[in-house]
Design a protein. Structure first.
Lengths: 475, 449
């Protein structure tokens, strides 16, 4: 199979391309679904093919196929070359690629316990064990809808380019996704979905303890339904839980600092950014705010060591002590802005072009214990988790609606409140942070971007943070 | 192997393995995409794939697979995995069977153009035409995506169904900017070049962007609103998906226990017509081999039917509707495919006059639900947003979000315009033919700080 990729490089250069790369990628995913206590389906997804990118006269062509014969792949190279050459007449901003070291290497994440070695029966049994724990008598609330999926996938890539880089990469991922609807007579319904995932094997599932994880969530939903009251409106101090901080870092730091958005390449769909290339060094938040994206976090859902342009990666500091420090780059945006790529180009399948993606975006911890964070508040609101959220396509106006949330009185978490709405600008949000806890936690997510859509595995995360004098909104 | 051989292999292996039912859908796709930004093409993409999809059941146990690796070895390996797993599964709740054929399938008219996916030159010309018309309308920079797809779909089931159909699709999204916060969007979606209008889409985007120059900060409140085809297409996708019986089962529908009830104003009728000539989502048969037919989901405001696959039809004791399509991790589930809203009698300008004072929202993105069952949601108002004053468009505004409830939106539809447009783009998965809507009491919020 690797010969096919090497041949792509030779054929592309023979045709006259300025740059050629090929990526043979295999993704095999197994998904087990339990719906309302009933084994619903097992689904297998297998995608094996080759993606080819060619640069001709400043025009970039990408073509892919799952027909892995020498003839089909040679036709693919010609197609990518001819498309790029033909369209170069409408290329007013010729694509250039930053200069990066060539590497010949391989990297791999090894599962301690391969999910493929665990029987399908055992996987469904685990989901049924979760279901058993969701008995209304045990969790104190009716759950008319329960939907759970357990997935594991194995991704393998062989990347080669015309500059001499050759990289093998392998990573297993495993995840649990569940969606609960809780109901109490006279109290309405609440819904909650959660996603846990890591780049590991079955050992991760055993550590998650899914029956306890999900049944604890159900109990919390019951408590909110039973005791939750309307949230206060107007100006208040807030403490946000790790889950909320994670989505904030992802949406209003990670996304606006993707350089392809900043340069307008995603304008028609995923949108642009409130930031401009010259805004490195701009203050956007308080000294307490440091946010990074790090693909190399052990166990993380978004783990990788080399991106899909063959560039090595590491921690990228996006905001440091409230100041914009760097953007996420691929080789194209790095060349345009005049920096080095920091290895953010990812493709979720052989059939997708590599584009700039976050991996694991989180806020760095501070110096506060959890007790200190709360102790200093006479009154306020604690939003631990969320359900509804969105942000505008310049990543400036955002909304998070709390799911598990409480009033704070005299430093103590007191009664639950329902659906507090935080609707705030990026600048106001980060500028309001005055304390950050010492402990960081992470959640798995699937980040959407690109056309065709590329759902990329990521972690979002952070410590608990305190924000001063923000106004809870909503009509 | 060609599609026929792949489908035959799957069905044969499934039958040998002892499956109650087995179904193979093989889609061959030849697709081109041009992406452009800042008036320049940024990347060209091409796909040439054969993707078999498998459904297999053994009594009340169901499983399935997609394989982007159309070799006999890969298919055999996948069938072995499915067989091994399904035998170890505990039974599900319903022993549903695929529809028994053979059926006679219609031929969808006007859904194939031999010029698609077309040469790069022709597609580049279309992109250039859309960019130039946006610039002529006043835009300074233009971005977008043009995709051209030729597809062939082959189906074979163990229940005697066999079908083949082909189609083409052209999809263009153009987004024009004058300033960073003055933008507009235009779309064109068609199965043939004859009905494909890149210039009109570009002009629409450029015109809205120019009208949206120097927007003021919008105000929170409850508004009479004219909602354009793009935003309504996004919202009504959630309505049609809520009519899926599977969505009702898993709690992701705002229509639980609402069948037969009034869920919208009586001016609103929503149809999924998969037989519609030239429909971007028209199909002669679903992924279970059942013949499609026009399905009225909501008629004059009343929820007339849920959408069904063979599994949900059996479970809900309902008739098949021809909506069983492969939905990834969920396997075959009921989903709509080719939506349309019955037009009203108004022009867009007459809707502005009806509203008198309110707001006009042209587009949206990032719709998220707080609770799918209650229908509480919010979505970002995107591109041109304008106040309506004394029945006419007044100044542009920005920074607004619709934070409302879908059932309330549906019940507050006051009037619909008559000129319809196919909408399908990044935020609208299921193509829908629709127009402008006048909706009363729309709740608009904004950042508080």
């Amino acid at each position: 199979m690797e010969d096919l990729a090497e041949n792509v490089i030779r054929r592309g250069l023979d045709l006259g391309a300025d740059y050629v790369e090929a990526r043979i990628q295999s993704d095999v995913e197994n998904t087990y679904t339990l719906k309302n206590g009933i084994p619903d389906t097992f689904q297998l997804s297998k995608a094996v093919g080759i993606g080819v990118r060619i640069l001709v006269n400043g025009a970039l062509g990408f073509a892919s196929t799952d027909k892995l014969t020498k003839v089909d792949v040679e036709d693919l190279v010609k197609l990518a070359y001819n498309m790029a050459r033909s369209a170069s007449r409408l290329v007013k901003n010729p694509v250039k690629l930053s200069t990066d070291k060539t590497v010949q290497t391989s990297w791999e994440v090894k599962a301690a316990s391969s999910p493929e070695d665990i029987s399908p029966e055992e996987k469904f049994d685990l989901l049924l064990e979760v279901e058993h724990m969701l008995d209304p008598q045990k969790v104190g609330v009716d759950l008319p809808s329960r939907y759970m999926t357990l997935s594991h996938d194995r991704q393998e890539k062989f990347y080669v380019n015309s500059e001499g880089t050759r990289i093998h990469g392998r990573v297993p991922r495993i995840s649990l996704w569940y969606f609960l609807t809780a109901s109490k007579p006279g109290k309405g319904t609440l819904q909650r979905w959660t996603h846990v995932g890591e780049s590991r094997g079955w050992e991760a599932v055993q550590e998650w303890d899914p029956p306890k994880l999900v049944s604890d969530e159900a109990k919390t939903l019951g408590k909110i339904l039973e005791e939750g009251s309307a949230p206060p409106k107007g100006e208040t101090d807030l403490i946000l839980g790790s889950e909320v901080v994670g989505i904030i870092c992802h949406e209003s730091c990670g996304h606006p600092q993707e350089a392809d958005r900043i340069l307008g390449r995603e304008a028609a769909q995923a949108g642009e950014s409130y930031l401009k290339p010259e805004m490195i060094g701009t203050r956007i938040g308080s000294d307490h705010v440091t946010i990074v994206d790090d693909p190399t976090l052990p166990r993380s859902f978004g783990y990788y060591l080399y991106d899909d342009e063959g560039v090595s990666t590491g921690e990228r500091v996006l905001i440091e002590k409230g100041v914009i420090r760097s953007f996420l780059h691929n080789r194209e945006t790095a060349a345009e802005i005049g920096v080095k790529s920091n290895g953010a180009a990812r493709a979720v399948a052989y059939s997708r072009e590599p584009i700039i993606r976050m991996a694991n975006t989180y806020m760095k911890p501070g110096n506060y214990t959890r007790e200190e964070l709360f102790d200093e508040l006479k009154s306020g609101v604690y939003i631990k988790t969320f359900m509804e959220w969105n942000i505008d396509d310049r990543r400036y106006n955002q909304r998070y609606v709390g799911l598990e949330a409480y009033l704070i009185q005299n430093g103590e978490v007191t009664r639950p409140i329902r659906n507090p709405v935080l609707e705030v600008t990026t600048h106001s949000l980060y500028s309001s942070v005055d304390a950050v806890s010492k402990t960081v936690d992470f959640q798995a997510a699937t980040c959407g971007k690109g056309d065709p859509q590329q759902g990329a595995p990521v972690w979002t995360g952070g410590p608990e943070i305190r924000l001063r004098r923000l106004r809870l909104g909503g009509l | 192997m060609n599609s026929n051989e792949i489908a035959a292999l799957i069905v044969s292996q499934g039958e040998k393995a002892g499956a109650s039912d087995v179904c193979a859908i093989v889609v061959e796709e030849n697709k081109r995409m041009l992406r452009f930004s800042n008036n320049s093409i940024t990347v060209l993409q091409a796909w040439n794939t054969i993707t078999p999809t498998i459904y297999m059941s053994m009594g009340p146990r169901r499983t399935g697979c997609t394989i982007e690796d159309p070799t006999p070895e890969a298919i055999t390996s996948a069938m072995e995995t499915l067989t091994k797993t399904i035998r170890l599964m505990k039974p599900g709740d319903v022993d549903s069977r695929l529809p028994q054929g053979p059926f006679t399938y219609s031929t969808i008219q006007n859904n194939y153009d031999p010029r698609v996916p077309s040469s790069t030159d022709e597609l580049t010309d279309a992109v250039a035409a859309s960019i130039n018309s946006a610039l002529d309308a006043g835009a300074k920079r233009v971005s977008g995506v043009l995709a051209a797809t030729e597809w062939n779909r082959m189906l074979r089931t163990s229940t005697g169904n066999e079908g083949r159909e082909k189609g083409t699709l052209l999809e263009l999204t153009v987004r024009a900017f004058v300033e960073d916060d003055s933008s507009g969007q235009g779309v064109s979606c068609s199965t043939t070049f004859q009905d494909f209008n890149p210039e009109i889409a570009g002009r629409e985007a450029g015109t809205i962007a120019k009208m949206a120059i120097a927007p003021k900060e919008g105000k929170e409140g409850v508004y009479r609103a004219v909602l354009g085809p793009s935003i309504m297409a996004n919202l009504l996708n959630t309505t049609a998906l809520s009519a899926s019986a599977y969505a009702v089962e898993i709690g992701m529908s705002y229509f639980p226990d609402k069948l037969g009830q009034r869920v919208a104003s009586d001016t609103f009728t929503l149809i999924d017509d998969q037989q519609f000539p030239g429909g971007p989502g028209s199909h002669a048969f679903d992924d279970e081999g059942f013949p499609t037919k026009p399905t009225t989901i909501i008629q004059d405001g009343q929820l007339r039917t849920l959408l069904h696959s063979s599994y949900t039809a059996k479970k809900f004791d309902a008739d098949l509707t021809g909506h069983g399509y492969y939905g990834g991790d969920s396997g075959i589930v009921p989903v709509p495919s080719n939506l349309m809203v019955e037009p009203g009698n108004y022009s867009k300008e007459e809707l502005f006059e009806e509203v008198r004072n309110g707001i006009y929202v042209t587009n949206n993105w990032y719709t998220r639900f707080q609770n799918y069952q209650t229908g509480d949601f919010s979505t970002i108002c995107r591109d041109g947003i304008f106040t309506i004053s004394n029945g006419e468009l007044a100044g542009p505004v920005k920074g607004l979000r619709m934070s409302d409830n879908m059932l309330r939106i549906l019940q507050s539809i006051m009037a619909i315009s008559k000129d319809r447009l196919w909408v399908k783009w990044w935020e609208v998965d299921i193509p829908i033919l629709l127009s402008h809507f006048y909706v009363d009491n729309v709740r608009i919020t904004r950042s508080t700080k």
